[in-house]
Design a protein around this ligand. Structure first.
Ligand code: PDD
Length: 290
């Protein structure tokens, strides 16, 4: 069944939606995107995603295409038109169409595109069984804090992972972990400390990461924000990833080596339950807001 998508002011059937071949998103990856989870038909952590969108756009000298409240209205309309109950909503802003010159065009009009994707997040069998990761060198640029649509390095990383029978890549620089192909990585050390890399230009500041850190704090679980190595991952009690499309997902194997007992660990399972509860409350509030 065809989805309804949003393109520059219009809701259209996906086969009728068009973007110019001169769009700078297509030619230069000159654009920013966001992915928010949808649960029970409501938006999860969406305020934080739109705040990060505004920040990323600012870093590439693009304004928000419209006020935040208007974007939320369009997101809700798209969720309703597609009768989406669980999955995600993707949003992309590019510098728009102009003749091909590298520097910013004087008068291009930014493009705004949104579409929904239906998927089971809460009852994802991989969240119960745990996932396998493949380590790959992080070959990306030096501004990974910007949620740029230039994702070729992640496409290659995740393809390598899938080809090796894994579900996600874990990227590293000379053995120091940066993040997952499209997720944040956490470990639980022998001492039971939950460790994740601090935000910097080296990683995307994950929104799910931020919520999980806050929720863990509320439950008096200790979080240490510091860099860690692949060797520490192999020696960890537990490893898990977070993202808008997976929430919290336990990792049971990295590069064919079992992590912890090769089973989803208790900390990851608990944080997943806590996050899902908070996400449901958020989604409900978002549905009830005008
Ligand atoms: N990716 N790091 C990278 C490189 C990512 O692409 C993502 C998310 C994350 C997690 O961020 P968040 O918790 O805000 O989703 C970390 C999205 C889901 C994607 O590209 O589909």
């Amino acid at each position: 069944m065809s989805r309804t998508v949003y393109v520059n002011g219009a809701f259209l059937a996906e086969e009728d939606a068009k973007i110019s071949v001169f769009d700078r998103g297509f030619i230069f990856a000159d654009g920013i995107y966001e992915v928010s989870a949808v649960l029970d038909g409501g938006l999860v952590d969406n305020e934080a995603h739109l705040k990060r969108l505004a920040r990323s756009l600012g870093e590439i000298d693009l304004p928000m295409p419209m006020p935040k409240e208007k974007i939320v209205g369009l997101q809700k309309e798209l969720i309703a038109r597609n009768r989406l109950t669980e999955g995600s909503i993707y949003l992309q802003v590019t510098r728009g169409a102009a003749d091909r010159e590298f520097h910013f065009p004087a008068d291009s009009k930014p493009s705004l595109v949104m579409f929904t994707q239906s998927r089971e997040i809460v009852n994802d069998p991989k969240a119960t069984s745990g996932i396998k990761l493949l380590s790959v060198p992080d070959i990306r640029w030096e501004r990974r804090d910007i949620k740029s649509v230039a994702l070729l390095a992640q496409v290659l990383a995740k393809q390598a992972a899938v080809a090796a029978g894994c579900q996600e890549a874990i990227m590293h620089q000379e053995g120091v972990v940066t993040e997952g192909g499209s997720s944040t990585v956490f470990i639980v050390t022998e001492k039971g400390h939950i460790v994740t890399r601090p935000n910097s230009h080296a990683i995307l500041p994950g929104i799910t990461r931020q919520s999980v850190i806050r929720l863990a704090g509320e439950k008096a679980l200790a979080i240490e924000e510091r860099s860690f190595t692949l060797d520490e991952v192999f020696a960890a009690q537990e490893c898990f990833i977070t993202s808008a499309t997976s929430f919290v997902k336990p990792v049971i194997e990295v590069d064919g080596k079992r992590i912890g007992g090769g089973q989803p660990g208790p900390v990851a399972r608990r944080l997943r339950d806590i996050y899902i509860e908070a996400a449901r409350a958020e989604a409900k509030a978002s549905r009830q807001a005008a």
